[in-house]
Design a binder for this molecule. Structure first.
Ligand code: FAD
Ligand code: MLT
Ligand code: ZN
Length: 476
């Protein structure tokens, strides 16, 4: 259990009683109140199987009104809750620590409206990202974010984590593309900021409080989001690179050669790719190289864009920055390459235990920590590798070990956060703070900013029932 593993004390919340369960059943009916141990178990365990909670109750509301009634009741009774979307979060924020009641949004999955002129989509928070993308593609639009978890993660979860993903470089983050939202505060008050306007400077921009606050300030129930136009042409290049310096040079060159059509620039080191190929039996379209770069374009002219990317490949093969590579606009071939990149996360779950870090660092020093950690851990780690969204300065560092031990933890933490802090980086670039990192948040947040975070929490959730033990560090 997370509580014992990470030595966290239970806060003074009430325990769920039979009368509470009866109350929830009176609002939701028996089917949408899970209390059977086996049924509840998957909602207690996170995607990387690192955190495990002890909840005995999962609630599945279908409407904002139901969420509001549940929260008003829990707040009055001092019952703690854990909001949950697709449970793909990577920092333990989506599962309870003790017996918090899980409020899972999966049944709030209706698309409400799509304005094809402005590209504004309005939907419920439990819509799965991939379903939304398929829907808007039918109307010549795409979702402004894409990530490997798209088949399970929900838009409410994406908003609550301010998920970044594979195309942030081109389409920006959710603070830009979320036009409005509806959320329920801890006391059950529904906050209606569900506007679909691009411009709306009418006072404080309250939606931002819920974007990235990981379920600690409210439960997001509806989202209005701007969808960019479906590009007429997409091309993808996958390149083998000699060393990390050349990746940076290639990125600079891609920005100047591909300019406005560049939609993703991702990198992975040799081990990230070879391990994915091996563990998941996936094909690598090129052979073995020290580093790999994945470069995608989204534009409006297939011939023109394909030519641009092929010219880029030829030029940089001549210059030596690219050792070998392939460029394609065939959807099936593109899917194979993207699948290889998106499966790195899942591949590291095969065998043993994985420590995952998600940091942003000025690009010059992007890869420095990987060799540092390799040296520090020696044969205590079976693999240390790096990959990520180099266009955003965001690297994922995975450390695989045969099994979780306190000794390995003490070699990695806080070392990795100290190094990131020295480089003026962020200890969580896109996955959030969740349950795993509150005690390290000070490496990236000044005391003044942390103080304001606490004030906001106190204002919006004075009893602290929303996702306790997450994001904010304990004060001793
Ligand atoms: P959950 O995991 O269920 O919840 C995440 C957090 O949000 C929790 O704190 C939870 O309490 C809260 N929450 C969820 N729904 C709500 C709601 N409606 N209201 C209030 N709070 C809520 N992240 C990236 O940023 N970029 C990536 O490229 C990326 N790739 C991934 C690839 C894989 C294979 C996996 C497994 C994860 C990846 N993630 C990535 C991490 C993860 O943050 C995202 O998958 C996603 O945003 C989480 O959405 P979810 O619905 O699964 O939320
Ligand atoms: C990714 O970019 O693949 C994700 O953020 C998941 C991960 O960190 O493995
Ligand atoms: Zn990522």
């Amino acid at each position: 259990f997370s509580a014992e593993k990470y030595n966290v004390k239970r806060k003074n919340f009430s325990n769920v009683q039979a009368a509470d369960v009866s109350y929830f059943q009176s609002i939701l009916g028996n089917d949408r109140v899970l209390t059977d141990r086996d049924e509840v178990l998957p909602f207690n365990i996170d995607w990387i199987r690192n955190c495990r909670g002890q909840s005995q109750v999962v609630l599945k509301p279908k409407t904002t009104q139901e969420v509001s009634e549940i929260l008003a009741y829990c707040n009055k009774k001092r019952l703690a809750v854990c909001p949950q979307g697709g449970n793909t979060g990577l920092v333990g924020g989506s599962v309870p620590v003790y017996d918090e009641i899980v409020i899972n949004l999966m049944l709030m999955d209706k698309i409400i409206t799509l304005d094809e002129i402005s590209g504004a989509l309005v939907c419920e928070a439990g819509c799965v990202l991939e379903n939304l993308d398929n829907y808007v593609r039918g109307h010549n639009l795409i979702m402004p974010l894409d990530l490997g978890a798209k088949g399970s993660c929900q838009i409410g979860g994406n908003v609550s984590t301010n998920a970044g993903g594979l195309r942030l470089l081109r389409y920006g983050n959710l603070h830009g593309s979320v036009l409005g939202l509806e959320a329920v505060k801890a006391d059950g008050t529904v906050i209606d900021c569900l506007r679909s306007l691009k411009k709306d400077n009418t006072g404080y921009h309250l939606k931002h409080l819920f974007i990235g606050s990981e379920g600690t300030l409210g439960i997001v129930t509806k989202v209005a989001i701007h969808c960019p136009v479906l590009p007429k042409a997409a091309t993808l290049g996958f390149f083998g690179i000699k060393n990390f310096e050349n990746i940076l040079e290639l990125y600079k060159s891609a920005k100047s050669s591909l300019g406005e059509i560049l939609s993703a620039f991702e990198m992975a080191d040799n081990l990230a790719i070879t391990q994915t190929v091996k563990n998941l039996n996936l094909p690598n379209p090129i052979s073995d190289y020290p580093f790999y770069a994945l470069v995608e374009t989204h534009g409006s002219n297939e011939v023109h864009d394909g030519e641009k990317l092929s010219n880029f490949l030829n030029k940089e093969m001549e210059s030596g920055l690219i050792m070998d590579g392939t460029v394609t606009s065939d959807p099936a071939k593109m899917q194979t390459i993207w699948n290889l990149r998106e499966s790195i996360a899942a591949s590291s779950l095969v065998g043993g235990y994985v420590f995952k870090y998600d940091v942003s660092i000025p690009q010059k020093h992007y890869y420095d920590i990987v060799p540092m950690l390799k040296q520090r851990l020696g044969d205590k780690a079976s693999a240390v590798f790096g990959y990520g969204h180099i266009g955003d300065g965001n690297i994922h560092i995975n450390i695989s070990v045969p099994q979780y031990t306190k000794e390995v933890v003490s070699l990695i933490e806080p070392f990795i956060f100290e190094e990131v802090s020295k480089l003026k980086g962020s200890i969580s670039a896109e996955h959030g703070i969740g349950f795993r990192k509150p005690q390290f948040i000070h490496y990236s947040k000044e005391p003044s900013a942390l103080g304001l975070m606490r004030d906001l929490k106190q204002l919006m959730d004075p009893n602290g029932i929303l996702n306790p033990y997450k994001v904010l560090p304990e004060t001793n």
